[in-house]
Design a protein around this ligand. Sequence first.
Ligand SMILES: Cc1cc2nc3c(=O)[nH]c(=O)nc-3n(C[C@H](O)[C@H](O)[C@H](O)COP(=O)(O)OP(=O)(O)OC[C@H]3O[C@@H](n4cnc5c(N)ncnc54)[C@H](O)[C@@H]3O)c2cc1C
Length: 571
Amino acid sequence: MNVPMSEPLSEPPMNEPTNERMHGVADAATHQHHDVVIVGGGLAGLSLALQLKRRFADIDVLVLERRSHPVPEAAHKVGESTVEIGAHYFSEVLGLKSHLEASQLKKFGFRFFFSEGRRDIDQVTEIGASTPLAVTSYQLDRGIFENFLGEEALRRGVRFMDATLARSIVLAADGGEHRVTAERAGVAHAFSARWVVDACGRAGLIKRQLGLARPNAHTCNAVWFRIQSRIVIDEWSDNPAWQARCTPRARWLSTNHLVGNGYWVWLIPLASGSHSVGIVADPRVHPLERFDTFDKAMAWFEQYQPRLFDELDPKRHLLQDFAFFRNFSYGCKQVFSAERWALTGEAGLFLDPFYSPGSDFIAIGNTYITELIALDRAGRPLGAHAQLFDQIYHSFYDSTLALYTDQYGLFGDPEVLPAKVIWDYAYYWGVLSQLFFQNRLTDLGALAHLRTELARCQQLNLAVQAFLREWSAHSAKRNPAVMLDQAALPWFAELNRSLLDTLDDAQFRARLRASTAQLHRLAADMLRDAQRAYPAVDGTALRALLQGPAAAEPDSAAPVASMLLAESLPA
Ligand SMILES: Cc1cc2nc3c(=O)[nH]c(=O)nc-3n(C[C@H](O)[C@H](O)[C@H](O)COP(=O)(O)OP(=O)(O)OC[C@H]3O[C@@H](n4cnc5c(N)ncnc54)[C@H](O)[C@@H]3O)c2cc1C
């Protein structure tokens, strides 16, 4: 079962409930009606409550959260690094920018070091941007954020009951009201609601009840802990040329990845002053039992990431927590229903922490749920929309899952991983992020119009992921002391910036077509570059797709040089 060691499934120790978090809810046995009851007030549930309140000022939303607020800072939950969709959702869609700017950390993009077995970080290949790209993202201290979300929900008129354990959800089969029972400080409460949303994380109440769990083919494990200290990776070398590669000299604000065959280690700074550290690994290469306690993880670092071991060894006494998930990734048969229930966040499905898509899928799922509730409030039938939104959401999940399944073997390849990162980001910024930033996720007309392009991108992605494995099988895995600077790839930096454009319908369709052509050209460049370096790389399947009848027109405006080659900055 996917249960972290630090997080029991039910009935955690509760502090005394605080009555100010009971706004609008009587402190005795009650039976109340609400428009929407959200079970679980974590990241997904509280965000949805804010999104609904922002869209409909008069909506009556109740959130039930089993933990008492305030929750602890730093050592609360994982899900600390955001990427563009999640950051845009929290900042712009929910309107939380001032909190993010004042109380969280601005992220300096992502950064990767091929540092396995090495202490000389300045002598290995680094992937990252030398200066921040245009679209801002954040590192979230989840304790600080959830405390703020709870307060903000109350300020905006959401009814938020913390320290309240939901006991049962009874879904109405006949179009009537759903029922939820809960307990707070020994007092039973019962609620009825037109909509019920399961946001209770891995506990997955509705998923269990309806037998919706669906395993997937991606089986990796993760351990993590927080240390009450900063890990300033910028200080890991005093080589002035290496230090001068980045402006500002603040690599520590990135989500830093220390990578090797079959695993990656994350380093995420938190606004509370702590640092989050995690190991995510394919058990076929690194079984969980090798690092499932802090002492074992330290012994593992000493062997595989010795510079991190050096950093942490004198700070052992500053350890704040330690937890793990075995086999963290899973699917779900259905997340939205015309019967007026939905699952959001980890109560539905979960992919992988690499590239931090967790908050993105919360943003996407909540946006579909909000739209379904809007249709329902307008008296419109939900059947077709619920089904289509569910299909689209699952197609995003399937395409993103392909970035991870059987790909952990590439993480130790300094020749192939840089190409994969560029591809994966071009796909993410070129397609999914455009749909989200341009507010077209629920625009079924636009999506129908672009069906061919979207299917083409999906096909290309599957072929490229398989091709990357083939390339890596031939690669010499050279690890020179260079920085592959993504800010020096003009088309890449521009793709990131383009998310901020405001597009009308015609411009949006043109943007997606340009993205498709760009991905096509990038795939062709990868094939060509790989075969130049390793003529034995076959690439038949990808070449067939690139030459097939649906091949996009070459992007005539694009430069002739390889899209993968940035100015390489030696140390
Ligand atoms: C190893 C790992 C690393 C990750 N890293 C990232 C990352 O860097 N970036 C990112 O975006 N995502 C990341 N994620 C994903 C991220 O953690 C999730 O997307 C996010 O935490 C899910 O939020 P949620 O609200 O669905 O679940 P939770 O945050 O778990 O919230 C569920 C809430 O429901 C409450 N609850 C449970 N049962 C009941 C009940 N019966 N009654 C009332 N309340 C109940 C719980 O107390 C909890 O507060 C990571 C995930 C893993 C496994």
